[in-house]
Design a protein around this ligand. Structure first.
Ligand code: ADP
Ligand code: MG
Ligand code: ZN
Length: 483
C-alpha cells in the first residue's frame, strides 16, 4: 500500500481595522449600522467617481508584511479583478495581482517534529464585497461592507496536515492581533480562510491536483474540511482514479465538501492595472517608520520569558498567545518585584495559566473583563508568600476577587481565612483530632504511610481550612513518632 502525503496552502482574508473604507471615506464599521447607511457614490459604484487609497490600510498591510518577514515592494500596483455578482457593484474588485505590496516572507509554527517555517508567498490589499440576504425568491443587497479594506495573505504549499494548517492559522491570528491590524475573529468573518489541498504518493516530487475549499469561517471548519478532503482524495488515488481540480464549499451540517464550480483560472478574471489609481511606491523612510511600530511578537516574547524569566516553554507559549494576557502577566511580575516578594516568577506564571485561566474559561471572560488588577493579584500572592493564607484559601479568595473586584486583604478578613501557623494553637487542634482516631493511628504506625495525609486532612478540616499545612504536617509527624 502506498503512503500518501498531504499538501496544503492557505489563502487568508483579513478585514483591516480602519476607521474608513479602502477607497472612500465611508465608515468601515459595517456591522453596527442599518443596511446601506455607510455608503457613498464611490462604494456604490456610481458613474464618474474616483477611488482614493486609504493610507492606514497601506500602513497596516506593510506592518503585517514586516511581521511576516516579507519584502515590501518598491512598487505595488492595484489591479481590477473582473467578475459579476450582485454583491459587487462595480463589476470588478480592486485588488493587487502581479505586483502585490508584500512578498516572500515566512511564519514559524510549532509541530510535533519541531519548529517549521511556512513560506508566505504574498500579502496584498483589496476590498471586501457587499452582503446578500436571500429571502424567498429574491435577494437583498447591503453595501455597508462593500469597500472595507481586506488583506489577503497567501502561503506556500508547505503545510503537511490539517493540524499544521490549524496551528498556522492560530499563529497568524495571534500576530494580527498583536499588531492591532485586525480583530481577526473567524466567527465574525474578520478572518476567512480558503484552503487548497492535494495529496501525492510519499516521496513524489510533483504536487497532486488540488482542490480549493472556500469560505471557511471557523478553525473547526478548516480542520474538519481538510481532514475530509484528504481522506476523499486519498481514497480516489488508491483505486487509481484522479482528483478533479474544483472549487468546493464545506457543508458543516453534513460534514462533507460540496463541488461549487470547476476551478476558474486567473484568465477568467481579465486582470488589468487599475487606471484610476497610481502605483504605490512606499518610501523606504516610511517603511522604516512603520517598522519602528513593530511590537515584540509572540515568538520573541516566549523566548524572553524562557531565557530571562526562567519559565518553561509550555507556560511561556500559553502566556504569549494573547498580547493582553502577556502584558497582564508582566504587570503582575513587576508589581511582585516592587514588593520584593522574592516570588518565583514560575509560580506567578502557574497562577495565571492555572487558576486565572480556569476562572476565565468558566466565566467566558477575556482578560480585559477580569476585574482583578495586576497590583491586586500581586497582593494576593504576597499574602500566600508571607504565609498569611494557605494555598487553598488563596484559590478561594481569587475566585471572589474575580467575581467582585475586591482587594485580597478585604476578602481574607471577611472570610476569616487568616492562616494559623502558631504551633501552640495548632498542637491543640492536632491533639483533639488524634484522640478521635486511634485505629487510624495504629494503621499509620503499622506502616500505612498514606494515613498521614488522611489525618492531615482531618486537622485541616477541624481548622476550617485555615491551618498552615506545613506546620500541621510537622506537628503530626512529631506526635506520631513520640507514640
Ligand atoms: P490559484 O492560481 O489556483 O489560486 P495559486 O498557485 O495562486 O493557485 O495558489 C493558491 C494557493 O494554493 C496557495 O496558497 C498555494 O500554496 C496553494 N497551492 C498551490 N498548489 C497546490 C497544491 N498542488 N496543493 C495544495 N495547495 C496548493
Ligand atoms: Mg485562490
Ligand atoms: Zn463609500
Amino acid at each position: 500500500m502506498t503512503a500518501y502525503e498531504t499538501v496544503i496552502g492557505l489563502e487568508v482574508h483579513v478585514q483591516l481595522q480602519t476607521a474608513s473604507k479602502m477607497f472612500c471615506s465611508c465608515s468601515a464599521n459595517y456591522a453596527a449600522a442599518a443596511p446601506n447607511t455607510h455608503v457613498c457614490p464611490v462604494c456604490m459604484a456610481l458613474p464618474g467617481v474616483l477611488p482614493v487609497i486609504n493610507r492606514v490600510a497601506v500602513e497596516k498591510t506593510i506592518l503585517t508584511g514586516l511581521a511576516l518577514h516579507c519584502r515590501i515592494a518598491e512598487e505595488a500596483v492595484f489591479a481590477r479583478k473582473n467578475y459579476h455578482y450582485a454583491d459587487l457593484p462595480k463589476g470588478y474588485q480592486i485588488s493587487q495581482y502581479e505586483l502585490p505590496l508584500c512578498l516572500g516572507g515566512w511564519l514559524e509554527i510549532e509541530t510535533e517534529a519541531g519548529n517549521k517555517r511556512i513560506g508566505i508567498t504574498r500579502a496584498h490589499l483589496e476590498e471586501d464585497t457587499g452582503k446578500l440576504t436571500h429571502v424567498d425568491g429574491y435577494s437583498l443587497v447591503d453595501l455597508n461592507r462593500a469597500g472595507v479594506p481586506l488583506l489577503e495573505i497567501v502561503s506556500e504549499p508547505e503545510l503537511r496536515s490539517a493540524q499544521e494548517a490549524r496551528v498556522y492559522l492560530t499563529k497568524l491570528q495571534s500576530i494580527l492581533r498583536y499588531l492591532h491590524v485586525s480583530a481577526a475573529d473567524m466567527e465574525k468573518g474578520q478572518m476567512r480562510c480558503e484552503a487548497n489541498v492535494s495529496v501525492r504518493p510519499a516521496g513524489q516530487q510533483a504536487f497532486g491536483t488540488k482542490v480549493e475549499i472556500k469560505n471557511l469561517n471557523s478553525f473547526r471548519a478548516v480542520k474538519q474540511s481538510l481532514d475530509y478532503e484528504v481522506a476523499r482524495q486519498t481514497a480516489l488515488l488508491e483505486v487509481g482514479r484522479q482528483v478533479v481540480q474544483v472549487t468546493m464549499g464545506w457543508d458543516e451540517e453534513h460534514g462533507h465538501t460540496v463541488v461549487q464550480r470547476v476551478k476558474e483560472s486567473s484568465d477568467d478574471y481579465r486582470y488589468f492595472p487599475e487606471p484610476d489609481l497610481p502605483p504605490l511606491s512606499p518610501l523606504r523612510a516610511w517603511v522604516a517608520e512603520i517598522e519602528a511600530y513593530l511590537p515584540e511578537l509572540p515568538d520573541a516574547k516566549a523566548e524572553r520569558f524562557v531565557v530571562q524569566l526562567g519559565l518553561d516553554r509550555r507556560d511561556a507559549s500559553l502566556l504569549v498567545a494573547e498580547r493582553a494576557v502577556a502584558e497582564y502577566f508582566e504587570a503582575v511580575v513587576q508589581a511582585a518585584q516592587r514588593r520584593e516578594l522574592g516570588l518565583q516568577l514560575r509560580n506567578i506564571a502557574n497562577w495565571i495559566t492555572g487558576e486565572l485561566f480556569r476562572l476565565m474559561n468558566a466565566a467566558g471572560r477575556s482578560i480585559a473583563a477580569v476585574p482583578v488588577t495586576p497590583e491586586q493579584f500581586a497582593e494576593l500572592l504576597a499574602l500566600t508568600a508571607a504565609g498569611k493564607i494557605n494555598l487553598n484559601s488563596a484559590k478561594k479568595v481569587l475566585g471572589i476577587m474575580f467575581e467582585t473586584g475586591r482587594p485580597a486583604a478585604d476578602v481574607v478578613q471577611e472570610l476569616g481565612l487568616v492562616q494559623v501557623s502558631d504551633s501552640g494553637a495548632l498542637s491543640q487542634v492536632v491533639a483533639r483530632v488524634l484522640e478521635r482516631y486511634p485505629d487510624e493511628i495504629a494503621k499509620y504506625r503499622a506502616g500505612k504511610g498514606g494515613m498521614l495525609d488522611w489525618l492531615m486532612g482531618q486537622v485541616m478540616r477541624e481548622s476550617r481550612g485555615k491551618a498552615n499545612p506545613n506546620v500541621v504536617r510537622e506537628l503530626l509527624q512529631k506526635v506520631l513518632a513520640e507514640g
